[in-house]
Design a protein around this ligand. Structure first.
Ligand SMILES: Nc1ncnc2c1ncn2[C@@H]1O[C@H](COP(=O)(O)OP(=O)(O)OP(=O)(O)O)[C@@H](O)[C@H]1O
Ligand SMILES: [Mg+2]
Length: 272
């Protein structure tokens, strides 16, 4: 493959990922530039999470090349630690740690001392609008769903990653809570000049948050690539037209992905 440009933080070049006989990702190529917010959209089973797992380096591609922040994410997995952060559909907070101690966890793993951990954790919680000693001391079961997800995002961001990956991080919240969180996260990512790749099922979420939308169809391939010009982000007629085009791309009939090889079963991603 060609040498990636310095502005490219993610490069996928003809990437395949097969589980047994089935391709979850086939011939997937795209690049993400530093500072972009890219939404991966696709129906269930399109291979979105698998693409994200490959970018995280928790599984190796069957073939093809990936570069994430200048590294091979699978072979140089340890070197990527602290450079990328991930937040999932469920908050994955540790129930026996308070909000602030959950956020401080990644900093502890990176070797920061106690005072610095506390200072940074407080700052990141404030960035996601959680403030006040009483809130910082709350345990996950004492926080609302929205606050738990905000705490989880603060934990992801606290290590100051270049790249933030979000897999359906807003989908379990009610519409009003998730809309507020989406706006805050997009603002924060832009303010800090981070790069963000987010997975969602919802076209409106993608158009609202992202600078670019990639529609994946099974086995994950780019069926539609839309860059959202800043001037049109709030243009209702343009957005309605794009929603229709994206819906049509998402609705394209699924291809059979079987290879004819013997089924060799599931594969567990490595634990981060
Ligand atoms: N670890 C695994 N072992 C075996 N098959 C897998 C594994 N992970 C994913 N698959 C298969 O790969 C395909 C793509 O799955 P993936 O989870 O990436 O889809 P998705 O687009 O994230 O779907 P959803 O929107 O439902 O989360 C599916 O057919 C799935 O069953
Ligand atoms: Mg998924």
């Amino acid at each position: 493959m060609n040498e990636p440009a310095a502005s490219d933080i993610i490069v996928l070049d003809k990437v395949d990922k097969r589980f047994g006989a089935n391709y979850a990702v086939q011939d997937l190529s795209f690049t993400v530039q530093r500072g972009q917010i890219v939404a991966l959209l696709g129906r269930t089973g399109a291979g979105k999470s698998t693409a994200l797992h490959l970018i995280m380096g928790v599984m190796a591609p069957t073939s093809g090349h990936l570069i994430v922040d200048g590294l091979d994410p699978y072979r140089q997995f340890k070197q990527l630690r602290g450079k990328l952060a991930v937040s999932f559909q469920t908050d994955r907070l540790l129930p026996w740690r308070s909000a602030i101690d959950n956020v401080a966890l990644g900093l502890q793993i990176l070797g920061f001392g106690a005072a610095e951990r506390r200072r940074r954790a407080e700052e990141w919680l404030a960035n996601v609008k959680i403030t006040g000693a009483a809130n910082l001391a709350k345990f996950p079961h004492e926080l609302s769903g929205g606050m738990r997800q905000r705490t989880s995002l603060a934990r992801a961001l606290a290590v100051d990653p270049n790249l933030l990956l979000l897999d359906e991080s807003f989908s379990q919240l009610d519409h009003v809570t998730s809309a507020a969180l989406r706006t805050d996260v997009a603002d924060l990512v832009r303010r800090l000049s981070k790069t963000c790749v987010l997975i969602t099922h919802r076209i409106d979420d993608a158009l609202e948050m992202a600078d670019r939308v990639l529609v994946l169809t099974a086995p994950a391939r780019v069926a539609y690539d839309l860059v959202i010009p800043p001037g049109l982000r709030h243009d209702k007629a343009w957005l309605a037209e794009q929603e229709r085009a994206i819906a049509a791309a998402m609705a394209a009939p699924l291809e059979s992905s079987a290879t004819g090889l013997a089924e060799s079963g599931a594969e567990q991603p490595r634990v981060t």
